[in-house]
Design a binder for this molecule. Structure first.
Ligand code: MN
Length: 344
């Protein structure tokens, strides 16, 4: 591992704070103390994060920290206080200090002219007042920021900017590359996926993880976490068209062995257009149908069915929800291994 236990723990704490996963955060803070993090360091990281994730997340996480400290003290476990930040020098100028820090982080001067007041907050407050506190080095602050933004959906531009910022603040490429595995293990697949993708872009490397099918045409998209509870295995979803009054069209990618539960599309039905790999479709009471690119499945409304990948291949189909008044989907029992393993 190219990352210290302390920094791995801090990255985990930061991402769980941003995700709002308070139940896992307490355990992560305990691991942090056992790895040698101090109260001062954890408190500083969670305080800094209010600028990225808002006061509600930050305050909830600080509350969890306080509770963990109390529990550890009651249990006779150590909690190292650590060093408080030094007082700021008498001639401290928040705007000047912050502008210097921001320029170093961005690699060039950054001026947000559209919203001058926000430009001032970024410089004088975030990169000035907060970063001037010397109980966390700049490099560590960037590990905290990168990990937290990995847990914020839709902030990919900022995530890429801070991966570059981490480099500019002295975090080694090896350490940056170690972060996604830390998030995968302790926080979630979606957060790790986002960070891997951002790192590949910033490091100017191909991101092949999202293109598992040979000669792939349509994008893989992101981990299909919203429907994960109705799937066995990992799937990915790339909306191709969506929104009010639109036909719902998405490219769905299944890893080998991944399949969805038995389910029913009421009223509208569904059309699958197979675009990559090898997969299966089965209707209740009928033999499974093997699928290859070019195959089309017209699933009638009210038919109980499942679809997914073959055991030895990724599979992709475009799914089109046939529009109908009051169309819904009912999710039923999973396709258990005993059933699935009968298929070649
Ligand atoms: Mn279906």
């Amino acid at each position: 591992m190219n990352i210290s236990d302390k920094n791995a723990a801090l990255a985990t704490i930061a991402a769980l704070e941003a995700k709002g996963d308070i139940s896992s955060l307490g355990q992560a803070i305990n691991v942090g103390f056992d790895s040698g993090l101090t109260v001062s360091e954890i408190k500083e990281a969670l305080s800094q994060l209010y600028a990225y994730t808002g006061f509600p997340r930050s305050l909830n996480a600080l509350g969890t920290l306080q509770q963990v400290i109390n529990n550890r003290q009651a249990a006779g476990l150590p909690t190292e206080q650590g060093t408080e930040a030094d007082p700021l020098p008498a001639d401290y100028n928040a705007l000047k200090q912050g502008t210097d820090v921001q320029t170093r982080l961005s690699g060039k001067p950054f001026n947000y002219e559209f919203a001058p007041q926000t430009d001032y907050y970024l410089k004088a407050h975030l990169f000035g007042d907060i970063f001037a506190r010397n109980n966390l080095p700049f490099a560590t602050r960037e590990i905290v920021t990168v990990s937290a933004i990995s847990a914020l959906k839709g902030c990919e531009p900022q995530l890429r900017a801070h991966v570059a910022g981490a480099r500019n603040m002295g975090v080694s490429d090896d350490e940056i590359r170690a972060l996604p595995a830390v998030l995968e293990k302790n926080v979630g697949a979606e957060e790790a996926f986002r960070l891997r993708k951002a790192i590949a872009t910033v490091f100017n490397e191909p991101f092949t993880e999202g293109d598992p099918v040979e000669n792939q045409v349509f994008p893989t998209g992101e981990p299909n976490t919203a429907y994960a509870k109705y799937f066995i295995g990992n799937s990915y979803l790339a909306p191709l068209a969506s929104g009010e009054g639109k036909l719902g069209v998405a490219n769905v990618t299944f890893e080998p062995r991944c399949r969805n539960n038995w389910h029913i599309h009421h009223r509208g039905g569904q059309i699958l257009i197979c675009v990559g790999g090898r997969g299966w479709y089965q209707e209740w009471g009928k033999p499974a149908r093997e699928l290859h690119p070019g195959d089309v499945v017209d699933i009638p409304a009210e038919a109980k069915h499942w679809h997914g990948a073959a055991r030895d291949s990724w599979f992709q189909h475009i799914a089109i929800g046939v529009p109908a008044e009051g169309a819904t989907t009912t999710w039923l029992e999973p396709v258990i291994d005993e059933e699935y393993d009968k298929l070649p």
